[in-house]
Design a protein around this ligand. Structure first.
Ligand code: FAD
Length: 401
């Protein structure tokens, strides 16, 4: 059995930012991550609308991991927190003094029959995937009119704004391409409202949905896809009624869930996510285990922006635990979503566990603006690469990625 002082599982923004912060304190850290590429997923929305090349979202993992951190290039296959141990794909058992779980979430393409084998073909696409983002742009660019459907699955999902961003960008592109008058644009949403925070929901309906003639259908969940006949089957979550709808373009946001390796372990809560305290990010039963990011069982929206706020809190509480002290910092559920509403326009939703807006700028961020678009397109990606994943302090107190 190999032993490490601190093991971080997963090298997305959550795992990287914590590994960098604790390594900077001179602690021994091993980082378990199978992928040789790190992806900046927020770019997939822009890639899906032809704003950036999807290749810009990728960087070599080796360049992301701080030199003081030991990279174990394998996957975690099992957790035994009772024994302070975990197993890896390459057949090893690792023990640790402290564990940080940062495995992200799992995309369940297979839960929509007919979907996985059709992605990128016959009008079916999704930005929730690296190559899928490029295929989405192909389909939007070549769209000749008809019924364009965009879906939103039952939550939780990561970046709950992304399904709408691609909707608004595509709708504007159809106008630019002179196909909008031959196109019906529909949004099928499994939730009862368009956004969880009322201020932003109202602003989106008023500024985007109504004036741009987008048909919204709430409480409608995509059940299956019949790509041969270009039909999507939806179920109304209130009445249970099913409806078969013809489409020419179908942008699917797949259901998502906690990674199986967490769900099948004693780290999980009833829904399969890591069962951490929502303020301290420390596990409710195992004092030497913490979780960050999408895999953590936190009642807030899963974003990289949330990780930006969680990272300093988790690092402070982990260092306190290493020194035998009680947690010293608390997380208020801060999350953010720059909702791109067109080519050159965005609003910026920022809120906490109470779904109360927590805005950074001294103007109303629910109003579409070029400034917020430029922030999303140019500033936040730089802050992601230069500050967030390096575990450095953010230049101002809030604002997401
Ligand atoms: P991830 O980034 O998913 O990283 C998890 C890591 O764990 C991966 O490297 C994976 O390879 C590794 N891993 C998985 N299983 C194992 C295993 N068994 N063993 C070891 N390693 C494993 N967020 C924003 O803030 N703003 C946005 O505008 C935004 N837009 C988005 C648009 C799209 C289309 C998508 C898909 C996401 C968007 N997000 C956005 C969300 C953001 O990308 C995620 O919330 C963020 O990446 C979560 O980070 P994480 O570290 O928790 O997980």
């Amino acid at each position: 059995t190999q032993h490490h002082r601190i093991v971080v599982a997963g090298s997305g923004p959550g795992g990287l930012s914590i590994a960098a912060r604790v390594a900077a304190q001179g602690l021994e850290v091993a980082l378990i991550e199978p992928s040789s590429r790190h992806v900046y997923q927020p770019f997939w929305t822009l890639a899906g609308a032809g704003i950036v090349d999807h290749e810009l979202s990728v960087r070599p993992m080796a360049d992301m991991i701080p030199s003081a951190v030991k990279w174990l290039k394998t996957s975690v296959t099992g957790f035994q927190p009772e024994l302070n141990q975990l197993q890896t794909e390459d057949g090893q058992t690792l023990s640790y003094d402290f564990l940080v779980v940062a495995l992200g979430l799992q995309i369940d393409w297979h839960k929509i029959p007919g979907l996985p084998e059709r992605l990128g073909q016959q009008g079916v696409c999704s930005i929730y995937d690296f190559s899928g983002s490029e295929q989405t742009w192909e389909l939007i660019r070549n769209f000749k009119g008809g019924h364009a459907i965009f879906t939103f699955p039952p939550p939780p999902i990561k970046c709950a704004g992304a399904p709408q961003k691609i909707l608004y960008l595509a709708e504007e592109y159809f106008r630019k391409a002179n196909v909008r008058d031959k196109t019906r644009v529909s949004y099928f949403c499994a939730t009862p409202t368009i956004f969880s925070v009322k201020k932003y929901a109202d602003a989106l309906i008023r500024q985007c949905v109504k004036p741009r003639d987008i048909a919204t259908h709430f409480n409608m969940r995509l059940k299956s896809v019949d790509a041969e006949n270009r039909q999507a089957l939806f179920e109304n979550s209130e009445s249970g009624e099913e409806q078969r709808i013809d489409y020419d373009l179908l942008h699917v946001v797949p259901p998502m869930s906690a990674p199986d390796v967490i769900e099948n372990s004693s780290l999980a809560n009833a829904e399969g996510w890591v069962d951490v305290d929502k303020a301290t990010l420390r596990h409710k039963h195992f004092d030497n285990v913490f979780a960050i990011g999408d895999c953590a069982g936190l009642p807030t929206s899963k974003t990289a922006a949330a990780i930006r706020a969680q990272s300093p809190v988790l690092a402070a509480n982990l260092l306190a635990a290493v020194n035998g002290q009680a947690p010293v910092a608390t997380y208020d559920g801060y999350t953010a979503c720059p909702l791109v509403t067109g080519y050159g326009k965005a609003i910026l939703a920022e809120f906490d566990y109470e779904l109360q807006p927590q805005e950074t700028f001294p103007f109303d961020q629910s109003k579409e603006s070029l400034l917020l678009y430029l922030l999303k397109r140019f500033v936040l990606p730089q802050l992601y690469w230069r500050a967030l994943i390096k575990g450095r302090k953010w230049p101002w107190s809030k604002v997401g990625t």
